[in-house]
Design a protein around this ligand. Structure first.
Ligand code: HEC
Ligand code: HEC
Length: 376
């Protein structure tokens, strides 16, 4: 029950001890690692590299903090940091990007801690982690493709002031190995039956309507990372605006990008059309996780205003999360830990608008494309 409450998964090879994505700190404490957000359960099965779409980091941290205070135990950086920076207002989503911005603000370009530091305006928003199996295809990182793909930018989470510049730099080699591991991740195969005739029809419609942005798959696979202007894509703009030109420039001028030798895009102006390999396994969709299934991606006017997933249900018809939908947040849901189980698209950063390109398809074509997407 505790694991279910916090979106944690049992580590398959361990009989006891930390959840998958957490390590023992040697003193009986658990410390999170990358897999806390970057390993997830899909239809109940653990897939390393899939987004953890169950994670309830805010609830976990609140409960841990409350318990520590009750027992008179010492608070640590996440217990304290989360008092200032919200961790994420829906399960499966985290405010990870703003954590990176805030930690970066504590450092100069050589990674020395600066005192006093000046904190930029923090625009909090919660995001769905992207699947790792697509990193190999991407020349630049993150949903707006602004960041170089190197080991250094992945060190952003360890920029807590306790770590000296020497310590941070000494870990670069390990992070090169981590990046190599990430790039070795492969998309999982759709485990159920696919109607191959339908899928073949879908391929044609996909080639005509979707490939110019999302590339081609199969024998002649081609992907060029394309940033689509925000006016054209029309999905939620908060994440794009939350990273100011200044905070992007800070990375460009610093050790993180080899002082600008690695390209940084200061004003991407839109979101990347991601590769769609293994797309069946990375619901919910869009950078903010606002569309629960591929069917909802394909039917923009039918996307639910509020939805709540079941823990392990997979909707094979609509391809994605099994959900209950609502017109608005039920009045009875008051406690914030319970509210986080409802994805409410009226909240800031959570709009499910935009990406109207499927409007050009007939209903039959949409059905075929849905079948084709299972095969990627
Ligand atoms: C608290 C949750 C969380 C943790 C922990 C976390 N990440 Fe992420 N990660 C995210 C989110 C959210 C994004 C999406 C950011 C964006 O696109 O703006 C992301 C994006 C990425 C990307 C870019 C992928 C792409 O397709 O562009 C990489 C690579 C990555 N993370 C690696 C790591 C590594 C390595 C660690 C451990 C050192 C880590 N992450 C820890 C949440 C997390
Ligand atoms: C003009 C470029 C463009 C076209 C055409 C386009 N897309 Fe997209 N697509 C995008 C962008 C950009 C995103 C990311 C939007 C975001 O996350 O806010 C996206 C996101 C998606 C996603 C969600 C990906 C994820 O990982 O969450 C799916 C699925 C998708 N598109 C399918 C399609 C299909 C199917 C078609 C054809 C009917 C199509 N797209 C046509 C640009 C395009």
């Amino acid at each position: 029950m505790a694991f279910s409450r916090y979106g944690l998964m049992e580590a398959p090879e361990r009989k006891s001890g930390p959840a998958f994505g957490y390590v023992d700190d040697g003193n009986g404490g658990w410390v999170m690692n990358c897999f806390a957000c970057h390993a997830g359960k899909v239809a109940g099965n653990l897939i390393p590299g899939a987004p953890n779409t169950h994670i309830a980091l805010a609830t976990l941290t609140e409960d841990v903090r409350f318990t520590k205070l009750t027992l008179g135990k010492k608070l640590t950086h996440l217990d304290l940091g989360s008092l200032k920076i919200p961790l994420g207002d829906s399960i499966g989503l985290t405010n990870a990007v703003i954590f990176g911005v805030a930690l970066g603000a504590l450092r100069d370009e050589h990674m020395n801690v600066v005192i006093p530091f000046s904190m930029p305006q923090l625009i909090h928003h919660a995001m769905d982690a992207p699947p790792w199996w697509n990193v190999k295809k991407k020349p630049m990182l993150y949903c707006d493709g602004f960041s170089p793909k190197n080991a250094r930018v992945l060190l952003q989470f360890i920029l807590i002031p306790q770590n000296s510049p020497e310590t941070i730099k000494s870990w670069e080699k390990d992070y090169r190995d981590i990046l190599a591991y990430i790039e070795s991740c492969k998309p999982p195969k759709y485990p159920w039956k696919v109607n191959s005739k339908q899928a073949e029809l879908g391929r044609t419609a996909f080639t005509n309507h979707c490939s110019r942005c999302h590339g081609t798959y199969g024998k002649i696979a081609k992907y060029e990372q394309k940033i689509v202007p925000i006016e054209e894509i029309g999905t939620d703009p908060v994440r794009l605006e939350a990273l100011s030109v200044e905070s992007r420039r800070k990375i460009q001028k610093s050790w993180l990008s080899h002082y600008g030798k690695d390209k940084v895009i200061l004003d991407p102006g839109g979101y990347v059309a991601p590769p769609l390999d293994g797309i069946w396994a990375s619901a919910p969709y869009f950078h903010n996780g606002s569309a629960p299934t591929l069917w909802h991606v394909l039917h923009p006017d039918k996307r639910p205003a509020v939805w709540k997933r079941t823990e392990n249900g997979y909707d094979r018809e609509k391809v994605g999360l099994q959900v209950t939908t609502f017109d608005k947040l039920p009045k009875s849901v008051k406690r914030r830990d319970l509210r986080r189980h409802y994805f409410d698209t009226s909240m800031k950063g959570k709009s499910n608008s935009g990406h109207r390109f499927p409007d050009a398809l007939s209903e039959d074509e949409k059905r075929a494309v849905l079948e084709y997407l299972k095969t990627l």
